[in-house]
Design a protein around this ligand. Structure first.
Ligand code: UT7
Length: 334
């Protein structure tokens, strides 16, 4: 049975895409007042992928979605809905998902974007699970796609060193016995809306010469405030989803947190009592890829043999909004 008492849903295929260009901390230190030592110690990040100029979020999302469908052995025409989560979408509208669905040939699918900061992938997975569990849809593709480098202020060392580009996609379909998504804990606290945002370009602060001069079309973050929020919600939300599903932390085989900062992950896992051997991280090589971070982790963990059928897996996202979202699943692609 699924989380809502309907049929169970599961992830039946994963796909990713990363830009070829690897940018090291030392390379960033040439143009910013920073160092490999500072970035490594404060975040754990060593390299990140940066897309070439002209590459947008859908370009990466299209490839990731195609690969996820191939992995799921599903024809694009069988997809009922495609949701793209991103903090660096192609445009305010139309939806990035519309182009992704069109380019992959998902001719029978609805398509929409979802904005929930870096928690977007977990939120989109929750909606996909609900659609499949309820029987409204059979197959939903969830895409986390980011070219965050296009919205970073490359003169601001406090944000420019943190993020990276990439995309990950998952196909969500009815479970056939192998695995199942068990439940979610989603949350939002709008009081922290200004702690992490892209201030200008929407209806609240329309584009003007003044917003350009103020560099208000770039991502802004109050790092230390978001850090405090993150270390709190990761622990609280993880405990809540486990309680909702009647499971305990000792049963979790792999914890896959949003890849924002190794210190956040270490602090949270210490409090939760999960050993390093049950925590997956790849921010060391990709940086913070926002909505792409969790599917990139799932894909890489699987490739490394760290995801086996039946494993209890805990996903944990957090980010702008401020939002957070945890998902508990028994891994299995059938
Ligand atoms: O994905 C969405 C969610 N995002 C997050 O969860 C990110 C949460 N925040 C963080 O991960 C951390 O707060 C940061 C990594 C962003 C910053 O680490 P911190 O330990 O909180 O540092 P800080 O912001 O308190 O800054 C400490 C010092 C400051 O200098 P002073 O004022 O102490 O002289 C900064 O100016 O580090 C300085 N600093 C840097 N120095 C070298 C800030 N950025 C850099 C830099 N290189 N890149």
């Amino acid at each position: 049975m699924g989380p809502s008492g309907g049929r169970a849903a599961t992830i039946t295929g994963l796909g990713i895409e990363l830009p070829d260009r690897v940018v090291s901390n030392d390379e960033l230190s040439k143009s910013l007042d920073t160092s490999d030592e500072w970035i490594g110690q404060r975040t754990g990040i060593r390299t990140r992928r940066i897309a070439d100029p002209g590459v947008c979020a859908s370009d990466l999302g299209i490839v990731a979605a195609r690969r996820a469908l191939e992995a799921a052995s599903l024809a694009p025409s069988s997809v009922d809905l495609l949701i793209t989560a991103s903090i660096s979408p192609d445009q305010i509208f139309p939806a990035t998902a519309s182009r992704v669905a069109y380019e992959i040939g998902a001719v029978n699918a609805g398509a929409c974007d979802l904005s929930a900061g870096c928690t977007g992938f977990v939120y989109a997975l929750a909606l996909a699970t609900g659609m499949v569990s309820s029987g409204i849809h059979q197959h939903v593709v969830v895409v986390g796609a980011e070219v965050i480098s296009s919205v970073l202020d490359w003169e601001d060392r406090s944000t420019a060193v943190l993020f990276g580009d990439g995309a990950g996609a998952a196909v969500v379909s009815p479970a056939n016995g192998g695995g199942r998504i068990l439940g979610f804990d989603l949350g939002n606290d709008g009081v922290g809306g200004d702690m992490l945002s892209l201030p200008a370009g929407g209806s609240r602060m329309p584009a003007s010469e003044e917003t350009l001069r103020a560099r208000a079309h770039y991502l802004k973050m109050s790092g230390s405030q978001v850090y405090r929020f993150a270390t709190r919600v990761v622990v609280d939300s993880a405990r809540r989803v486990l309680e909702k599903c009647g499971r305990n932390i000792d049963e979790v085989r792999l914890f896959v947190p949003h890849q924002a900062n190794l210190r956040i992950i270490d602090a949270a896992t210490r409090r939760l009592g999960i050993g390093d051997d049950r925590v997956y991280t790849n921010l060391q090589r990709y940086g913070n890829t926002s909505c792409a971070s969790i599917p990139l982790c799932l894909h890489d963990a699987k490739a490394e043999g760290r995801l086996q059928e039946g494993d209890l897996v805990l996903l944990m996202g957090f980010g702008a909004g401020l939002t957070w979202g945890a998902c508990l699943m028994e891994w299995g692609e059938a």
